[in-house]
Design a binder for this molecule. Structure first.
Ligand code: SF4
Length: 364
């Protein structure tokens, strides 16, 4: 099969939808100038916190053509995970706060399987052509490529945003086939809005399009390993995995603009075997429970120790004295990270409880 670059783009984006993606577009592979420059500035200013892997071979990240020998184009795909109209929010008090994308099954194997199937179909139709897929795994400035491919524009909260909102995941298929680039989004969807900058509870968005990972709840609860410095412990609030605030407040994420369908396995509600874990159960999570309850979940990324650390901090930050017995018990944990954060939260809750007692005594 041959045809023009334009016809191939049409065909491959149609196949991407048949493979199970919600949207797709093609992009060229010239160096990433826009987000490349901003990436280097963030690197220089230390805004990636301890995510050292992002700083490795930065120039390669800016040169997408280097990711596959003979690469001439990239097919970018999007998979939506927005809440559906009428879908209930998880009940707040017991269940720890978890970013939406992580409440269902892990999207990486799902998207990789679909991209593999798409690559096989392309190789069969275009013998001799090469393809290489990425889903968060390589040195790819995915948002810039997706913006070139018309899947959205990089918004002030640094997420990719289009008229359907920003609740979608990205993947890429680098190809040796030449494709006609899709039309990028011409409009600036943010305009004068700055809701996300004002709503971020930790000031992690100090300016439009600038994310300071060292203040970002998602970074601390997911990527940071071991003990958190004191300054970060109250920043994370009661989130135990990720944070959605800058997307929740975005006017484009209201239900009315999102597509009517969504991938079932990326469910908005937690599956029962994880939803029944409240903060106390999460803090006391055994190795066996961690393996069985979090099998196939993106929530495994910080490990059992990280999840228990985050649960301990969420208890302290909720200011609820009923967590004191569980935290006292966690002080005997064999995990020093759990012990340290349980002690920090315990001290915070006792201080608050004692102040309340003194206040009541003074009032009597
Ligand atoms: S909240 Fe406003 S400024 Fe932030 S991403 Fe959405 S539209 Fe842009």
């Amino acid at each position: 099969m041959t045809g023009s670059a334009e016809k191939r783009t049409e065909l491959l984006t149609a196949w991407a939808l048949e493979a199970g993606f919600d949207r797709a577009g093609a992009a060229s592979l010239e160096p990433c100038s826009g987000s490349g420059a901003s990436f280097l500035r963030r690197l220089e200013r230390g805004l990636f916190a301890s995510m050292a892997w992002l700083g490795r071979r930065p120039r390669r990240r800016l040169a997408p053509a280097s990711l596959l020998d003979g690469a001439r184009s990239v097919l970018c795909v999007a998979l939506h995970y927005h809440p559906l109209e009428g879908e209930p929010e998880p009940e707040g008090d017991l269940w720890p706060r978890v970013a939406r994308y992580a409440r269902g099954e892990d999207y990486h194997p799902l998207m990789e399987r679909r991209l593999q199937a798409l690559a096989a179909r392309i190789r069969e139709a275009f013998p001799g052509s090469g393809a290489r897929l990425y889903v968060d795994t390589g040195p790819v400035l995915e948002k810039e490529l997706a913006a070139r491919a018309g899947l959205g524009a990089i918004a002030k909260n640094t997420q990719l945003l289009d008229r359907t909102g920003s609740w979608f995941l990205l993947g890429e298929l680098f190809l040796t086939l030449e494709l006609e680039p899709s039309e990028p989004l011409a409009e600036d969807l943010c305009g004068n809005c700055r809701r996300c900058l004002d709503a971020c509870p930790t000031g992690a968005l100090p300016a439009p399009h600038v994310l300071d990972a060292g203040r970002c709840i998602s970074y601390w609860t997911i990527e940071h390993r071991g003990e958190m410095p004191e300054r970060a412990r109250s920043l994370v609030g009661d989130w135990v995995f990720g944070c959605d605030v800058c997307q929740e407040v975005c006017p484009w994420n209201e239900h009315r603009s999102a597509p009517a369908k969504r991938e079932r396995s990326l469910a908005f509600s937690l599956p029962a075997h994880r939803a029944e874990l409240d903060l106390t159960a999460l803090l006391g999570l055994s190795g066996e429970e961690y393996r069985t309850r979090f099998r196939g979940s993106p929530m495994k990324r910080p490990g059992r120790s990280g999840l228990r650390r985050n649960a301990a901090l969420a208890m302290g930050n909720r200011g609820d004295a009923s967590y004191i017995p569980a935290l006292e018990q966690a002080q005997a944990s064999r995990d020093p990270v759990v012990r340290t954060h349980a002690s920090w939260s315990l001290a915070a809750l006792r201080k608050r409880r004692d102040a309340a007692r003194r206040g009541r005594a003074a009032a009597d």
